[in-house]
Design a protein around this ligand. Structure first.
Ligand code: MD3
Ligand code: FE
Length: 220
């Protein structure tokens, strides 16, 4: 949807860059279709179980590498013992273009080769508590793509899950890149606004987020 008031590209902290409206409608539709396929097989999307016995309200499916709290593997041992779908070259290309555009530097992506994506689906009251992403053995940036309902994204600090933090609204099509000193900041999604997404994306309701990462892992 064409915004009446354009939202500018913003560096909210060193290395943390928000690029509103980065994905066009067609790209969003392609990503939704790809995510639908990944959500059904070979490893179905599910509410991740936490070691303490709880389950996440967000539903997640992974490609390239499977993440379960708090490690990566090729096989989804906590779901159905299947190997996750491969990470496609076109998605790595999209990740490199994201870095170039966010950092406005043609060299920014020269060594960027993401090998996993976590695909999160928020429906109803789903949200994500403040956490750090530190199971990767690599400090390369994380690329986040949002589709569907608008959410509040909370970007904190590297010391604790508490204040100070900055709240940013993420809308369908927005890109966020987290690199450099922001890579290990606490962050979360305290709230999603139901019914704010445009069904033109192929998503009738809810919010989809893809995060592209480099794990730094290798097979033997
Ligand atoms: C900052 N996902 O999958 S995306 C996650 O919208 C996750 O589903 C949220 O946090 C979501 O781990 C937030 C923004 C994000 C993702 C990864 C980061 C911010 C990050 C890693 C490091 C620093
Ligand atoms: Fe995270």
């Amino acid at each position: 949807m064409g915004a009446l008031i354009p939202r500018p590209r913003t560096e909210i902290a060193p290395g943390a860059v928000h690029v509103p409206g980065w994905l066009g409608a067609q790209r969003q539709r392609e990503l939704v279709a790809a995510c639908r396929s990944w959500a059904s097989s070979p490893v179905p999307i599910r509410h991740t179980r936490l070691p303490g016995g709880g389950v996440m309200s967000v539903q997640t499916v992974c490609i390239g590498w499977h993440w379960q709290p708090y490690r990566y593997s090729r096989i989804a041992h906590d779901v159905n013992d299947q190997r996750v779908a491969p990470f496609p070259d076109w998605l790595a290309d999209l990740g490199r273009q994201a870095l170039i555009d966010a950092y406005q530097d043609p060299q920014a992506a020269s060594a960027y080769d993401p090998d996993t994506a976590l695909i999160n689906f928020y429906e109803g009251q789903a949200r994500m508590g403040m956490h750090q992403d530190k199971d990767e053995r690599c400090d390369a940036p994380v690329v986040s793509l949002s589709i569907g309902d608008t959410c509040v994204f909370r970007f904190g600090n590297t010391e604790s899950r508490n204040k100070p933090y900055t709240d940013v609204e993420l809308e369908s099509g927005d890109l966020f890149v987290f690199g450099g000193p922001s890579r290990f900041a606490y962050h979360g999604v305290p709230r999603v606004f139901p019914g704010t997404g445009d069904p033109i994306t192929g998503l009738a309701s809810g919010r989809l987020n893809l995060t592209l990462r480099m794990t730094g892992l290798a097979d033997w």
